[in-house]
Structure formats: structure tokens, C-alpha cells
Write a protein that binds this ligand. Structure first.
Ligand SMILES: [Zn+2]
Length: 289
């Protein structure tokens, strides 16, 4: 069933678990995530990057999501990941997505504040929620972002701006990065604890791929309620494709459906493992919204 991102996260926050926000890039990855969440009786957030939304077209993504969400027995919401482009946000707001991440992390503080306020006003007028990011989370994801930390603020400043702009979710820099880690990151659950004392707004952890279950647990205990996972899904999809295609070639059997089944099974396993680590399994039992 279709749900609001904020409702899903408010419930998670009250009950002390986090919800996986998985980046998908076609109908197969979308269905695999929704099916795995349904099988685990877990709420889930579906995310598209701006690049994927542009490539498929916002309307097609919306239609695919609606069909998948209608068939799901668990709350599912549709979120636009890292978007610095107000025109794309306008388009998904019109299409009725659940929420958007307005990425203002490349802007200086006053410009970030002014633009975020305008985006929130525009989105809220249509009942769409906004995740705010004014500190840049390092790593490039689908063409958006930077490997260099350029904007960093105090927790009090982050909360003040989130409040003042009217944003619904907060994405701070927490020591994680997009993509695969080459060294061990310095994780900052202490920042989450500080933010939690200042606000009830759901806090988002980006760069979830490659963290250990105990590290997820540490962030959830500190108060994170949305965890973004992209690279692990892509990797699972591509590795399962490679293996299935190799088998098809060696058997000289050119049926696409078994390849899709292998990909769906692999993506599903990756999703299930994350839902277990986030503590969201079984939480959608009896969900009415
Ligand atoms: Zn991110």
C-alpha cells in the first residue's frame, strides 16, 4: 500500500527501528525490493536518482511505482534521491511522488536556505515531503555530489535551518560516503545523538552500503530512522546478471526470464539482509496506513 515517507519514518522512530530506502533503476529492481519487503512484512522506501528518473521518464517511474505499491501488502513510499535541480523536483511533485531530497549541499548557506525554503513551499502545497541536505555527503552518486567535504555546519545550525525552511527530514554528514569504502570511515553517531536532543525530525543516514550490522545498530540506537542503500543493490543486480548470462552462454540457452529470476532473487536477498539489520522485519504487520 502506498504511504507517506514521513508516516513510515514517524512510526519507525516511535518503535525504535530504521526503514531501508533502496535505490532502484528499472521495473525488475523495483519489484524485487517491494516483494522482499512484503515477504518480510517490512515498510520500505523506494528511491530513484535524478539520472534514472530522467532516463526512464517521471511518468513511467510513477506508473510502475503505483502498480508495485498497489500490489504490496506493506507501506511503500516513492522518494526522489539527491536532486539539486528544482525543475525535476517540480515534475515529481506534480506526478505525486511521496517525498524528495532537495540537495543544496553545493550552495553557500544563505543560498541553500533560500532555495530550500522555496522547494519546501512548492512541495508542501501538493502534500509532498522534503528531505533537506545542506552539508555534502562525500562520494559521487549517479553524477551528483563531490568527493570533497565543502560545506559543514554545527548540529544547531542544521536544525535551525531545517526548522526555518519547514523541511520534514534531515540528512546530515555522519561520516559515511556514497559508493564502496576504500578505508574505514569515521562514523559519527554522536552527531545523531546531538541532533536528537534538538529535534524530533527523522534523521537520514546516506551511504549505507558496506557498513556492518553493528554499525547500523549503533546509528539506529542513536536515532537514525531512514537508511539509504544504493550501491549494494546495484552490485547485487550486476553480479547476478553476469553469472546468469555466463550460464546462459555456456548452456547456449537464450531465455531472458531465468536471468530476471536470478537477479530478482539476488536483489531480494540483499534487501532482506538489510531489513533484518535495520530491525524493520515484521513491523508492517497490522499496518493500516
Ligand atoms: Zn545519498
Amino acid at each position: 500500500m502506498r504511504a507517506s515517507t514521513l508516516d513510515i519514518l514517524t512510526r519507525a522512530q516511535e518503535d525504535g527501528y530504521a526503514v531501508g530506502a533502496f535505490n532502484v533503476f528499472d521495473d525488475l529492481s523495483l519489484r524485487s525490493v517491494v516483494q522482499a519487503a512484503s515477504a518480510a512484512a517490512s515498510p520500505v522506501i523506494i528511491q530513484f536518482s535524478v539520472r534514472t528518473a530522467r532516463s526512464m521518464g517521471v511518468q513511467l517511474v510513477t506508473d510502475m511505482f503505483d502498480a508495485a505499491a498497489d500490489a504490496a501488502s506493506v507501506p511503500v513510499s516513492l522518494h526522489l534521491d539527491h536532486c539539486p535541480d528544482v525543475a525535476v523536483i517540480e515534475e515529481v511533485v506534480k506526478a505525486g511522488w511521496s517525498s524528495v531530497l532537495f540537495d543544496a549541499s553545493h550552495l553557500d548557506l544563505e543560498e541553500a536556505r533560500a532555495q530550500t525554503r522555496r522547494v519546501v513551499d512548492m512541495a508542501h502545497a501538493q502534500g509532498i515531503e522534503v528531505e533537506t541536505e545542506i552539508e555534502n555527503i562525500v562520494g559521487v552518486e549517479d553524477g551528483v555530489g563531490s568527493d570533497v567535504l565543502t560545506h559543514a555546519y554545527s548540529e544547531a545550525e542544521l536544525v535551525e535551518i531545517a526548522r526555518e525552511t519547514g523541511a520534514d527530514l534531515l540528512a546530515p554528514q555522519l561520516g559515511t560516503a556514497h559508493g564502496l569504502y576504500t578505508g574505514r570511515p569515521v562514523l559519527r553517531p554522536d552527531r545523531v545523538r546531538t541532533l536528537r536532543k534538538l529535534t524530533d525530525m527523522p534523521i537520514v543516514l546516506h551511504g549505507g552500503t558496506g557498513l556492518a550490522d553493528a554499525e547500523f545498530q549503533m546509528f539506529i540506537e542513536a536515532g537514525v530512522s531512514k537508511i539509504n542503500v544504493s550501491t549494494a543493490i546495484k552490485r547485487s543486480y550486476m553480479e547476478a546478471s553476469t553469472e546468469a548470462l555466463r550460464e546462459a552462454r555456456s548452456a547456449d540457452r537464450w531465455e531472458p526470464l531465468p536471468v530476471f529470476d536470478a537477479i530478482a532473487a539476488s536483489v531480494g536477498e540483499t534487501v532482506t539482509a538489510h531489513l533484518q539489520a535495520f530491525g524493520s522485519v515484521g513491523r508492517a504487520v497490522g499496518a493500516t496506513r
